[in-house]
Design a protein around this ligand. Structure first.
Ligand SMILES: NC(=O)C1=CN([C@@H]2O[C@H](COP(=O)(O)OP(=O)(O)OC[C@H]3O[C@@H](n4cnc5c(N)ncnc54)[C@H](OP(=O)(O)O)[C@@H]3O)[C@@H](O)[C@H]2O)C=CC1
Ligand SMILES: O=C(O)C1=N[C@H](C(=O)O)C[C@H](O)C1
Length: 276
């Protein structure tokens, strides 16, 4: 495919665990080309993004911390550009606003945006008539788990979520667990009616309380990547749904799909299940 016809992609968080994986995936996609690799880590400035990601050949795209100038550069490409964000909950909101301001479509993997921030970004994307995707989890297995959980929640009154992640994760609960709880809460029924008055002898023992009485428990340990259980209970039975990741490559088909789909959108869409 001629270079002009490829989707120009900017990766922000390029030196991180997910950013490196995305760079490899974009480099191997026949319809995409990496035009920018942004990361604030001082020790990685000016390194070749491909080499940093572990590719045998350089991509001739240096890591830079200059977001605005990189967005301005991408905006000059003939094809509409996409920025994929895997950074940090503290920076993602401003990154996305900047991308939209330059006409670059954001695909957001970073979790930790609060509901007000998501609404603000939706309003901003709508006004700019620009596609934007916020995807708390890019793996197909998690979409299937969530669908099964929604089905089960029609028949169970008691449910708790346990999410388990590596201990370099900044936000808790995970974006995926929050989204899963939201999906169950959308049914409009209250879960976990109390049978006794509970006392937490140590604060937080019963986890965090999401909408409609759904509890989320967060585990952080080295050795984990990303895992989630949704546990339903009823008299005499337990129904457990579990998803495990063993390699961040599991997110890449979803990431590439999102890069292609965001170009067809004119507003903000939340969740991988909406674009499958
Ligand atoms: N949606 C999904 O399917 C998935 C989402 N995630 C989410 O993606 C995010 C990133 O995860 P992960 O890759 O593991 O994290 P990492 O910490 O490994 O990578 C983040 C990178 O972004 C850099 N960074 C931070 N702030 C900025 C900024 N303002 N501009 C440019 N670069 C910046 C960091 O630099 P420094 O370290 O120097 O701060 C780091 O190199 C998290 O929110 C995580 O929850 C993760 C996996 C899957
Ligand atoms: O930080 C991670 O690793 C992950 N973050 C996302 C989340 O918060 O849900 C997605 C996945 O769980 C991996």
């Amino acid at each position: 495919m001629a270079n002009q016809a490829r989707i120009p992609v900017v990766v922000i968080g390029a030196a991180g665990k997910m950013g490196r994986e995305v760079i490899k995936a974009v480099a191997s996609a026949p319809d995409m080309t990496l035009v920018g690799a942004i990361d604030t880590t001082a020790e990685h400035q000016d390194k070749d993004a491909g080499e940093l990601a572990g590719l045998s050949e350089p991509l001739e795209v240096p890591i830079t911390n200059q977001l605005e100038s990189m967005l301005a550069f991408a905006a000059q490409e003939k094809q509409p550009g996409v920025m994929i964000d895997f950074t940090h909950p503290d920076s993602v909101y401003n990154n996305v606003r900047s991308a939209i301001a330059y006409g670059i479509r954001p695909v957001v993997g970073t979790t930790g945006l609060n509901p007000q921030q998501i609404q603000d970004l939706a309003d901003f994307a709508e006004k700019a008539s620009t596609g934007c995707l916020i995807i708390p989890n890019f793996s197909i297995g998690m979409v299937l788990l969530q669908q099964a959980a929604v089905t089960a929640s029609q028949y169970f009154e008691h449910v708790e979520i346990i999410e388990l992640h590596h201990n370099q994760k900044a936000d808790a609960p995970s974006g995926t667990a929050i989204q899963t709880a939201q999906m169950l809460a959308e049914l409009g029924k209250r879960f976990n009616p109390p049978l006794v008055e509970e006392t937490e002898k140590i604060k937080g023992a019963r986890g965090s309380l999401a909408d409609e009485g759904i509890r989320i428990h967060s585990v952080r340990l080295p050795g984990l990547i990303a895992h989630q259980e949704v546990i339903f209970g009823a008299a005499g039975q337990i129904y457990t749904l579990r998803h495990d990741t063993s390699d961040r490559a599991c997110y890449m088909p979803g990431v590439l799909l999102a890069i292609r789909k965001v170009l067809q959108l004119k507003s903000l869409v939340y969740g991988l299940e909406k674009i499958l």
